[in-house]
Structure formats: structure tokens, C-alpha cells
Design a protein around this ligand. Structure first.
Ligand code: NAD
Length: 396
């Protein structure tokens, strides 16, 4: 079959196996072009390893530092009927590239929130790696079943306290719109903390400790986001912000515990805002990202996932000295939050309207990144070519 992007209500519903493989290869080339990461991690577990920041971290650890990696993700497999999710094909492409390079890699496709997957992964660490020295927690999920109670929780992206009206863009129609979102209920706010807060991260550390697989000096990092005031009502002061505060507090508890146990540490890294699967439907955030891309590309400081994580590895986690912290956190969003970048965005925010949208915002860059997340629009890929059943089921 010939695969074209299927976009409904600003969500992309399919993926292209050949494009996904090409995008993984591009990220590997980038990391290689930067040379080896000196004194980098050796045995790495990435939870949420198939797309976005988690995939980039796995690539940087393996192809930059030569690490053995285990990845956990939850993806839909492809079949002769149609493509699976992008993360399914990304993972196959990663495993194949690692094998070619002689790098150990093992990938689990299952629910990272479950006790079963934690047991399988810790057993695999024992068997194949002995211990792990770096664990990355990069899950982004709308739903979590509590393994102890069996209760299922759903996260929501809503403001707290009062409704929030914000300018947004519809990148596909090239329109500015004003959206109003009603505030979350207390239950929705608590459920979002259950899904995206630090509880499951701590359960992973418990499982690794109980299995006796924490290496001396073990480090674990979870990813978070803060962003500018203009998105606060929706992000940082909203339901997801509460969950991220919980994640950040968990880092402090875990760090104290790991220091005593193995001389280790837990960090949160504040990463840059990038286009994700949900970006095009989040009010304010979509407009902010397209303005951010415009300004940072002009400044020459724009980065994607792989550039961010490569910098995280080389200049923060494995720089050879203590991990630089700002307010207790790693800030790799420093270029995004630079006062010059933010003041330009604030000025553009008030001016942007339906007539000047394509001049003031990087709508094209937003669309490109959005499609590339699912393997579409990757340079060098022939999108008119038939994709056979074998490729749909097993990747390239
Ligand atoms: P993503 O959607 O690209 O990746 C999420 C990963 O989690 C995928 O590998 C997916 O398979 C996995 N996953 C989801 N549910 C799972 C489950 N139940 N079991 C196992 N795996 C599961 O997300 P992303 O944008 O890379 O975000 C990762 C982290 O980085 C999040 O904590 C996010 O808040 C943070 N972050 C993102 C941005 C951004 O702009 N994208 C910015 C800063 C921080």
C-alpha cells in the first residue's frame, strides 16, 4: 500500500515505517557527528523509549556513549492490514542499528505502569547487564492503572480554579482561533498527578533496588517542562503542572534515598518545548511553539529532541564535573527561556492575527515536525512507493 498521512481533528492517526526508520537514522547520524560522549553511561534503561525525548536519549546513550540499552514503550504493532504506531517502527529501526553496531539492545513493548513489566525488565537487567547506571523516565501517557488497586486514572490538560481563554493556532488550516477551556475538577487534577506525577517513577526505583541492580553512583532522570507565563494557566499552573511538581518533589526524595544506598542521585531535567502528538490540540501551547520555533531559528538556537538530549549528556550529565543545577533542576531549556527569546515572543504574541500568522509564526516548521513524528515528510523517503506487508509487520 501507499501510505499518506491520515489527520483527523489535528491528530495524525497513522505512520510510515520507512520514514520512521529514516528519522531514527538521521538522529543516529547527528549523535555520531558530535563524536563520542566521554565517560558516559554504560548500562541504560529508558522508560518511554520509542518516541520523542526517550528515543533521543536511547540513541544518544547507545550511539554517543556506546551504552547497552534496554527500552520500554507501549506501541501498536503493524499488521498486513495497516501500519502500527511510529514508536513501533522507531524501536525496530533502533534495535537493528544497534545490532549492526554490535551494541546490546533489548526492547519491551508493554505497560510500564504494571508490576509485570517491571518484573520482566528487572529480570532482563540482571540477566544481560548485571546492573544499570542510568535510568531515564520519559513516559507521556493519558492513562495509568494503579498496580496496587487496579483503579484506572486518566490525565487531563486543563486549567485549575477558573476557565482559561487563549489564542491558539490551527496549524493545518493556518488560522488563529480563541479557545476556552473549563477548569478541571478536583478528581481530574488528582488523576493527572496519579498518571504523570512521580509515583510510578518511584515504583521503578523500588523494583530496581529490590532486584539489586542499582550500580554504584546510579543516576535517574525524569523529564519535565516549565515554559513561559503565557502558557502558565494551561500548563504550569494547570493539572499537568501539578503532576510535574509531584515529579520534581519525587526527585528530591529519591535523590536522598539513592545517595545513601549507592552514592547515586535523581534529577529532573527541564527540557525545551517541542511539537508532540498533542501539541496541535493544546490551546496557547500550539501558538507558543510556533512563535518559539520562529524566534529560535532566527537566533540559530533552535534544537529538536536529539540536539537537546545530546547537549544534556555532554554538558550536564557527563561533563566530567558535578551536574550543574539551577533551582535544584537541570535546565536544558536555557536557550528557550533566554530573556531575549522570551521578550520577542511576548511582543509577537500580541501582534499575531489571521493575516500575519504565516509571517510571524513558524507554521511550516510546526507542520513539518508534526508530520515527521509519524515518519512523514522525511527527506529522501519516496512516499509514492508501495509499502509491502512484510515492512508493515516488521519494519524496514
Ligand atoms: P512521547 O509521547 O513522544 O513519548 C512517550 C513515550 O512513553 C513513548 O515511548 C510511549 O510508548 C511511552 N509510553 C506511554 N505510555 C506507556 C505505558 N503505559 N507503558 C510504557 N510506555 C509508555 O513524549 P515526549 O514528548 O517525548 O515526552 C516525554 C517526557 O518529556 C514527558 O514527561 C514530557 O512531559 C517531557 N517533556 C516534553 C516536552 C515536549 O515539548 N515534548 C518538553 C519538556 C518535557
Amino acid at each position: 500500500m501507499v501510505i499518506k498521512p491520515k489527520i483527523i481533528n489535528n491528530i495524525c492517526l497513522n505512520s510510515h515505517p520507512v520514514g520512521c526508520a529514516a528519522d531514527v537514522a538521521r538522529q543516529i547520524r547527528y549523535v555520531r557527528s558530535r563524536g563520542p560522549v566521554k565517560n558516559g553511561p554504560k548500562n541504560v534503561l529508558v522508560i518511554g523509549s520509542s518516541t520523542g525525548y526517550g528515543l533521543a536519549t536511547r540513541i544518544a546513550a547507545a550511539f554517543g556513549a556506546g551504552a547497552k540499552t534496554i527500552g520500554v514503550a507501549y506501541e501498536k504493532a503493524g499488521s498486513e492490514k495497516g501500519p502500527g504506531t511510529a514508536g513501533f517502527y522507531n524501536t525496530i529501526a533502533f534495535d537493528q542499528a544497534a545490532k549492526k553496531e554490535g551494541l546490546f539492545s533489548l526492547s519491551f513493548n508493554g505497560d510500564a505502569f504494571s508490576t509485570e513489566v517491571k518484573d520482566q525488565v528487572t529480570a532482563a537487567i540482571k540477566e544481560h547487564l548485571g546492573t544499570v547506571d542510568l535510568v531515564i523516565y520519559s513516559l507521556a501517557s493519558p492513562v495509568r492503572t494503579d498496580p496496587k488497586t487496579g483503579i484506572q486514572y486518566r490525565s487531563v490538560l486543563k486549567p485549575l480554579g477558573q476557565e482559561f481563554t487563549a489564542k491558539s493556532i490551527d496549524p493545518f488550516k493556518g488560522e488563529i482561533k480563541v479557545s476556552t477551556v473549563t477548569p478541571a475538577t478536583d478528581d481530574e487534577a488528582a488523576a493527572t498527578v496519579k498518571v504523570m506525577g512521580g509515583e510510578d517513577w518511584e515504583l521503578w526505583v523500588d523494583a530496581l533496588e529490590n532486584a539489586g541492580v542499582l550500580a554504584p553512583g546510579f543516576t535517574t532522570v525524569a523529564y519535565t517542562y516549565i515554559g513561559p507565563q503565557v502558557t502558565y494557566p494551561f500548563y504550569r499552573s494547570g493539572t499537568i503542572g501539578k503532576a510535574k511538581e509531584h515529579l520534581e518533589a519525587t526527585a528530591h526524595t529519591l535523590s536522598a534515598r539513592l545517595k545513601k544506598l549507592v552514592g547515586g542521585a535523581a534529577y529532573v531535567s527541564v527540557n525545551k518545548a517541542l511539537v508532540t502528538r498533542a501539541s496541535a490540540v493544546i490551546p496557547a501551547v500550539s501558538l507558543y511553539i510556533s512563535l518559539l520555533y520562529k524566534v529560535m531559528k532566527k537566533e540559530g538556537t533552535h534544537e529538536g529532541c536529539i540536539e537537546q538530549i545530546d547537549r544534556l549528556m555532554r554538558t550536564r550529565l557527563y561533563s566530567g564535573g558535578p551536574v550543574p543545577l539551577d533551582g535544584g533542576m537541570i535546565r536544558i531549556d536555557d536557550w528557550e527561556m533566554a530573556p531575549k527569546v522570551q521578550s520577542e515572543i511576548t511582543a509577537l504574541w500580541d501582534r499575531v492575527d489571521g493575516n500575519n500568522l504565516r509571517d510571524l509564526c513558524d507554521v511550516k516548521g510546526f507542520e513539518e515536525d508534526f508530520l515527521q513524528l509519524n515518519g512523514f515528510g522525511i527527506p529522501g523517503v519516496d512516499y509514492e512507493a508501495e509499502v509491502d506487508e512484510k515492512t508493515l509487520e516488521h519494519g524496514v
